[in-house]
Write a protein that binds this ligand. Sequence first.
Ligand code: BES
Ligand code: ZN
Ligand code: ZN
Length: 491
Amino acid sequence: MNFTITTDTVAEIKSDLEVIIIIDGNMKHRFIQDKKLLKKAGFLASQDEVCHLIEKNRLYVGAESLKGTSLRPAVASALRSLIGKKAYKSIKLATYLSHPRCSASLRAIVEGIVLGSYTFTTYKSKQVKSSVKSIQISLEGYNKHEITAEIAVRAIHNGEISANATNFTRDIVNTTPDDCYPEVMANIAEDMAKDTGLKCHILKPKALRKEKMETLLAVARASRHKPRVIHLTHKPKNPVAVISLVGKGLTYDSGGLSLKPADYMVGMKSDKSGGSAVLGIMKAVAEMNLPIEVHGFVGAVENMIGGDAYKPDDVLVAKNGKTIEIRNTDAEGRLVLADTLCYAQQEVKADYLLDFATLTGACVVGVGHYTSGIMGNSDEVKELVSYGAKVSGELATELDFNPYLKKTIKSEIADICNISNTRYGGAITAGQFLSEFIDDEHKEKWAHIDIAGPAFVEHSWGENPHGASGAGVRMTIRLLEKIIRSKESTK
Ligand code: BES
Ligand code: ZN
Ligand code: ZN
């Protein structure tokens, strides 16, 4: 896609189609030239509602407000309606700002365009895609708020990068388990690193054994696809801070010997969403050339059954020496993360340590399909993640640890058990399990983000079509930008 910004008015721009956003049902706005027709069509301009006046070459869409959280899904819905329509190669639209000089709405619109045009057609014999290639944005404003071309160009650039990175993550997650197994994930990381200038180090089984990552290796054992740990590095000169990101990359989670029921196994190709998000974030960090050192770690493993499978009753020794009683092989993500987190902390002393994982069904039960759970020991880090989610249009909520739930993962025979002895609070007990693998130095620097709800979308919502959403990517880019702003202002 090619975005251009121009001082020409919208009317002066030549294109196949004009996209007009109707804010808060305000049909009286000067942008709306087809009031009567829209009324005749029964168009109410409610959030995400689309009306395409084919003969006028105008596409109207409703948005509740000028906030990014309204504009992004509205524009995505408009662009989604153009998928498969070959006549529309170029579109034009005006600038919509919620405040003077504030580029957030513009960035949201650009993200909406890129995210809404996304299709995953790898396994379709007929390729139905968006034909929109050129997007011209006029500096003509919806209201009196103005923005300089320079700020607008930067907003468009960053919006494009973060949405393209989200789509990159979506592609990885949507790929089937036998086309995307740990080795393939490592190849994707290597290729992306080559393209963007990141450093990439891959650990294969021999190196994993040397690093004593025995819990990760145990989860991987029954699969014909051998595990990998990926380490990507973005290291600019004079970075303002150092941050490590760790992702759960279960390329398939059958549950292992504690086999998932048939209905629950479908969709488990999405168990690599955390790791795939880390790959997407690293791509964006490199493309934006952010002045912050970022390390991305992915534990890529397949959890299968077989004569060689790890089992309930096993006791495993994690990289940090802690022993883990296995009572359910379907609680495998925390085992892979335990070792990957230990490795990340050994390799990098970070100012912030974040992990992303489709870790628990309990998180989905607790907060719903749309929202991620944010956990950790530090209110400051949790708030930072919350902030990133809010401004990026992702939904995330804090789930507080408490000492009572902590007791439920005690083991009679080992240091800790991989499942809780109670039915409830499973998202938090999983987070508390991970906390056992965070060393003292990083305790207050770490947050765990359970993306099990939003990572995979069954029925399209917001800016997300069916399939992988790319959860975690945009929120993390936003929080990195925030860290950079606050460090630069205190320099
Ligand atoms: N990958 C699943 C969690 C999951 C469930 C992600 C639904 C996305 C949608 C994870 O490995 C798992 O199976 N967790 C178990 C833990 C239990 C055995 C303690 C769960 O949530 O049921
Ligand atoms: Zn599982
Ligand atoms: Zn899993």
